[in-house]
Design a protein around this ligand. Structure first.
Ligand code: AMP
Ligand code: ZN
Length: 483
């Protein structure tokens, strides 16, 4: 596979350090709020990468941290503690907030068919590991104590800026007005490894350390957790592009200063999802979540398809119009798959399998071109071969794309069959008091379904819901029940 490596700024052939296992690390969510669909874009694309590697024959061990301590609202060690902010907002403890939003995150992942990494480790579980790393960094002169905190000394490195040619002034980016610069730092780029004299008097989570009671900085957690579960080298490290600097830059600095040798081979960064109004961010208050999309009647997998339709290294603009287009594509795809009928005694056409698989590998193996991966599904549908072969290939490709295509097609087929039986019964019965408006909508929905206009039918179901009715399709026709 060819993969773009942000560290070298080129596409490279992917060769893991050990052919038997690909070691993959992902920066997990900061669990002080729901994940927004921008965060989830990153996790969807990382999920496709992991699944493609497995499909291509690799064993993968993937580790993800859960940031439940130490992440301040500016990535450069300034601002408020994000977890504390969440706890204050909801009048709960930090650990309650962390547990709630960790579960919410994995629930979103489940809806989006994002596989849970093999290891998921909350940052608060590994304090000993961070203390050990920091002790070594102090011993070998890469860290210093100042004002009660421990800092990493970036001036000791031959090369600190890995991903781009930053200037020191760039560090001012993200620092909000009124936030004081930290005078303890010897160099502007230095970062906190361990806070003891923090500005947060009310910090809830603190641990004993050789430097006093305190808590770890944000960056050290990913080095500590990665080394705990994956050892001293790493094949792929993933995250959204905003993580490249300073977070990943600092991870590399401290890991390599600790290890004394190169650490991670490939850096995979997903570009941002933006709205037409600009960057999406949790701190802005209102943001788009998977639940919000569901409330508006979208299947979360439509959002997954929307993400797959563009390349992970291009920023993507979200709009409902674009999502509607993805919904149309998804429904069309599902209906075409639903129309595939396997005849009795059909055999797998191995030659067709090979030819079509090659197209899929060409797409995904070329720096994860998921848009072409989706096109490969259409190639399967168009190819002159039998339904059994097509269905087998679609199932195979979907282990990577994760769109639940066969399940959705089976559901669509069942609905269509039910509809065919009920076709002569275009009647609407209302439980209790009849409601003319609701009955007209239900009849229009039967017509839309007959015309296979599933999007329209869904819209009408939502309109009925807004009127206070659920619709149930029965052999006798549609039944309206009050919610
Ligand atoms: P956080 O929960 O803020 O630690 O972020 C979780 C992940 O989402 C990180 O990998 C971020 O780099 C990534 N991320 C943040 N904002 C966006 C966005 N708008 N689009 C894509 N990825 C994002
Ligand atoms: Zn990280």
């Amino acid at each position: 596979m060819q993969i773009y490596n942000s560290a070298t700024r080129r596409k490279e052939e992917f060769v893991p350090n050990n052919p038997d296992i690909v070691k993959m690390y992902t920066c997990g969510p900061t669990v002080y709020h729901y994940a927004h669909i921008g965060n989830l874009r990153s996790y969807i694309m990382e999920d496709v990468l992991e699944k493609y590697l497995r499909y291509a024959g690799y064993n993968v061990k993937r580790v993800m941290n859960i940031t439940d301590v130490g992440h301040l609202s500016s990535d450069a060690d300034t601002g408020e503690d994000k977890m504390l902010k969440g706890a204050k907002r909801e009048k709960k403890t930090v650990m309650e907030i962390a547990a709630f939003y960790t579960d919410a995150f994995f629930e979103d992942c489940r809806k989006l068919n994002i596989k849970r990494p093999d290891v998921v480790e909350p940052a608060t579980n590994c304090i000993e590991e961070y203390i050990h790393l920091i002790e070594r960094l102090l011993e070998n002169g890469h860290a210093y104590e100042a004002g009660g905190n421990i800092y990493f000394d970036t001036s000791k490195l031959e090369k600190y800026y890995i991903f781009n040619e930053h200037k020191e002034e760039d560090l001012a980016v993200g620092v909000r007005e009124g936030v004081e610069a930290d005078d303890n730092k010897r160099n502007k780029a230095d970062f906190v490894l361990w806070f003891t004299k923090s500005k947060f008097e009310d910090q809830e989570l603190k641990w004993d350390s050789p430097w006093g009671v305190g808590y770890p900085g944000w960056h050290i957690e990913c080095s500590g957790i990665s080394m705990k579960h994956l050892g001293e080298d790493l094949d792929i490290h993933c995250g959204g592009i905003d993580n490249a600097f300073p977070h990943h830059t600092n991870e590399i600095a401290q890991s390599e200063a600790y290890l004394g040798h190169p650490w991670c081979k490939y850096w995979f960064h997903v570009l941002h999802l933006n709205t037409t109004g600009g960057k999406m961010s949790k701190s802005k208050g209102e943001f788009l979540t998977v639940s919000l999309l569901e409330e508006k009647g979208y299947d979360p997998l439509v959002y997954r398809l929307f993400c797959l339709q563009s390349h992970y290294r291009k920023s993507l603009v979200f709009s409902y119009e674009n999502l509607d287009n993805a919904a149309i594509t998804y429904n069309k795809l599902v209906n075409r798959i639903a129309a595939l009928k396997e005849a009795e005694g059909e055999l797998i056409d191995e030659a067709a399998m090979e030819a079509l698989r090659e197209k899929f590998h060409k797409a995904l193996g070329n720096d994860l071109n998921t848009a072409l991966g989706v096109t490969a599904l259409y190639d399967v549908l168009k190819f002159a071969t039998n339904a059994k072969t097509k269905l087998a290939l679609i199932g195979e490709f979907d282990t990577v794309l994760g769109l639940s295509l066969l399940e959705a097609a089976a559901k669509a087929r069942a609905e269509q069959e039910k509809l065919a039986k009920a076709e002569t019964h275009a009647t609407v019965v209302t439980e209790g008091e009849p409601n003319a408006e609701a009955e007209a909508l239900a009849l229009a929905r039967i017509e839309a379904r007959k015309a296979k206009d599933w999007a329209k039918a869904d819209e009408l179901r939502d309109a009925l819901k807004a009127l206070g009715f659920v619709v149930e399709d029965t052999r006798e026709g549609a039944k309206l029940k009050r919610i």
